[in-house]
Design a protein around this ligand. Sequence first.
Ligand code: BTN
Length: 262
Amino acid sequence: MAAPTERIAAQLAGPSLWHTVEHLSEVASTNDVARQRMDAGAPPGLVVVADHQTRGRGRAGRDWQDPGATDPGRALLSSYVVGLPGAGATLVPLAAGLAVGDALRRQGVTCRLKWPNDVLVDGRKCAGILVERHEPRAGAGYLVIGIGVNVDWRGVDRDDGWTSVAEHSGADVDRFALMADLMRALDAWITSIPRNPRRLLLMYREDCDSIGRRVRVSFPDGEEVEGVAGDLDEVGRLVVETAEHGTIAVNAGDVTHLPAAG
Ligand code: BTN
């Protein structure tokens, strides 16, 4: 069988944001490898995918673990580098969430997004996205979009809050076919940002489970507020109506969905 990178290239006909796919068996974190390659002079458009991460990172300093040490087919762990857009960088995480949603739909799986970019299937987490921004020199900024998809966790011991694509697709999942779909969808959503940010926001609102819900927002400094998530603003912040602080626009924080007030 052809190498994964050749199979992906064959499925990505035509020009694309992505010029190189590097496949590695084990790394600390694909986001770190992407950053190292950029430090060494790689241009944006680089993609790094690994079978297993020994120090995978999630949002808010959490770990991102995978069962890939014993079975590489069970997780898709990949990072995508894009140049820092002049405007619209805050929409990139939302674009990534929509792209994962498109790729899962191609596997017959419908997901919902928990703001900013947790991907939930039947209320359980199926994929997570960590976007890291680097600016080594003025004008040379870039974003590393790290995406972890639980591909097949059937039989894997885990908490109740987690699920995987294969548990909903009704069939085995080829992670590199899934990755090719994800790359295409990322390309389409990211390149749509300067052209049509309103459409992206419209589509995100439709797929977002947080809007209209009571939520608790935990901020990076440890502060928490509760309220009703009413909408997204034009830069993708979650607008929350709170009793204590009035209307606030959240640009970074962890959202917990709460039961509706009784
Ligand atoms: C989250 O939901 O907390 C975000 C998880 C992001 C995990 C991916 S796996 C590939 C990339 N490399 C990392 O170390 N993290 C991201």
